[in-house]
Design a protein around this ligand. Structure first.
Ligand code: ATP
Length: 518
């Protein structure tokens, strides 16, 4: 199936099965804002738990906070967001559609990359076992020509971004003959900067209302609490502060479902280190974070690092972790070495000393910071697009049938087990309820007695439930049930007393966490 069709199906599936709904749908929706349904919220909470515990539980030198969304407006002046949190936008005069100029150019780069990959794949098929990919890439004329085009464009693009040269961005779009995907024309406006922060007023106008911003990142809430946490927790450098919370950005182009939203949630760690050691820590966090992603088992080849074309004003190193979404490799998480920029700026703007006395060096300094920043929603999309599968299977009568299954990692699945009486009488429903009464203290369980067993299995597959337990007439006699495994569809007969351990072994976070050793 074409990746685009797959993505459309995924969006429809998310709505049909209570994962994600468009916000304010009965009023025709609100652009790039989404609500999470009954299963979506469970998956989201499990993602947050995986992240939070991997930080706060597994590291004795990381603690968490929960700062307010509203903050003093000077914070955003100090952080540079009022002056520099901009995206370069460009409009197409014919379609009246607005685009991010940098994204249009990135897509052009991706097209050239795709061309190279196509050549490589073709050659792979031609040469079979004896194919030497490195040599092919280094010598094939068509690949070299495309690679040289890519290098030239990439260098020109990086330079334009670094110099904030908007006219040059426009020139690149013209020279590359990039067209608007809607109108198909090259009738572009100039490129302009657009600030992404939402603002609102606090207090009544009679009092002189204060213009405040909805935070575009959670990080600043950590920086302004650095001294509070360090002192009250007697934290010693190196140490980290973790936070999960909402962030808001008035995105110019909001496309691709929950990939780019105007209201979203971030999970951020700010890790404070001794100046001069930040690049070492940056490297450590890079490795640790990619392990966190890969532990979920969606295939290591689907992740890659991407170095930034342009470093943000506060950073001296930055890399993204990208995942191969149905629409290509895209950022899921950013890892940034933010230097002492933020703490120094807050020290300057607040007039308060923000320093750490290092007893080993016998000196005070403003700590350096390595940040890891990941969007909950983008991670949600990553997981659900990796988990969504359509399979042809045999149904109960030996006929071919399509099953849609969410192969969610068991610790993240919203419902851990469904308990089903084979029929709605003979005491089977009561027995099924009894099992739930026992297991509901440990797991999110669901009772289901409607329709045939086959249909009930499909329903559970579609929401990603890893285990289905069926109570039948044998159960009353020997206290056994059948347990059916989502991925293999295999069934086995087990004693009810074993259910808790079998399930716990799969749905606990322990297996994931043990893979995260530095
Ligand atoms: P992009 O280049 O995609 O705009 P960014 O580099 O601005 O992202 P960061 O500021 O590094 O993103 O934010 C950290 C993480 O927050 C991103 O990796 C992403 O997972 C998430 N994120 C950022 N913006 C959005 C958004 N509009 N919607 C959903 N998630 C977002």
């Amino acid at each position: 199936m074409a990746q685009e069709d797959l993505f459309k199906k995924l969006i429809a599936h998310c709505k049909e099965y209570g994962y994600v709904f468009p916000s304010s749908e009965i009023y025709d929706g609100l652009g790039a804002v989404y609500d999470y349904g009954q299963y979506g919220v469970e998956l989201k909470n499990n993602i947050k738990k995986y992240w939070w515990d991997s930080m706060v539980l597994l590291h004795e030198n990381i603690v968490g906070i929960d700062s307010a969304i509203f903050m003093h407006p000077t914070i955003w002046k100090a952080s540079g967001h009022v002056d520099a949190f901009n995206d370069p936008l460009i409009d197409n005069r014919d379609s009246k559609k607005r685009y991010r100029a940098d994204v249009l150019i990135e897509e052009q780069l991706a097209k050239i990359e795709a061309k190279i990959e196509k050549e490589v794949e073709k050659a792979k098929g031609r040469f079979g076992e004896s194919f030497d990919e490195g040599q092919f890439r280094a010598t094939n004329a068509r690949v070299l020509e495309s690679q040289s085009k890519w290098d030239d464009l990439h260098n020109r693009f990086a330079e334009a971004l670094n110099n904030s040269d908007l006219a040059e961005l426009k020139q690149i779009i013209e020279d590359q003959e990039i067209v608007c995907p809607i109108s198909g024309t090259r009738n572009w406006t100039e490129v302009r900067q657009f600030n992404l922060m939402f603002s609102t007023d606090m207090g009544s106008t009679a009092d002189g209302a204060l213009k405040i911003y909805l935070r575009p990142e959670t990080a600043q809430g950590i920086f302004v609490n650095y001294m509070n946490v360090q002192k009250s927790g007697r934290m010693k450098i190196p140490f980290g502060i973790a936070q999960i919370g909402k962030a808001f950005r008035n995105e110019i182009v909001a496309r691709q479902f929950i990939f780019r939203m105007r209201e979203f949630e971030q999970m951020e760690l700010q890790f404070f280190v001794r100046p001069g050691t930040e690049l070492e820590w940056f490297e450590k966090w890079k490795q640790l974070r990619i392990k966190w992603h890969q532990a979920l088992g969606f295939g290591n080849e689907n992740y890659r690092f991407h170095e930034h074309e342009k470093l943000a004003h506060y950073a001296n190193a930055a890399v993204d972790i990208e995942y191969k979404f149905p629409f290509g490799f895209k950022e899921v998480e950013g890892i940034h070495s933010r230097t002492d920029y933020d703490l120094s700026q807050h020290q300057k703007f607040s007039g308060k000393k923000i320093q750490y006395f290092d007893p080993e060096l016998n000196e005070s300094y403003v700590p350096y910071v390595v940040e890891t920043s990941i969007g909950v929603d983008r991670m949600f999309l990553q997981i659900i697009s990796a988990a969504y599968h359509e399979e042809i299977v045999d149904d109960a009568n030996g006929q071919k049938d399509t099953r849609v299954v969410l192969r969610l990692p068991a610790p993240l699945a919203p419902v851990k087990l469904a308990v089903m009486p084979l029929i709605k009488k003979d005491g089977l429903p009561e027995k099924a309820r009894e099992i739930i009464e026992e297991l509901k203290f440990d797991f999110n369980c669901q009772y289901d007695e409607k329709d045939s067993i086959g249909k009930r299995y499909r329903r559970q597959d579609a929401i990603g439930t890893p285990f289905c337990v069926t109570v039948d007439h044998e159960t009353a006699g020997d206290n056994t049930v059948t347990i059916r495994y989502r991925d293999t569809m295999l069934q086995e007969r087990v004693n009810i007393s074993l259910l808790r351990d079998i399930i716990l072994n799969q749905v606990g976070f322990r297996k994931l966490f043990t893979q995260l050793k530095p």
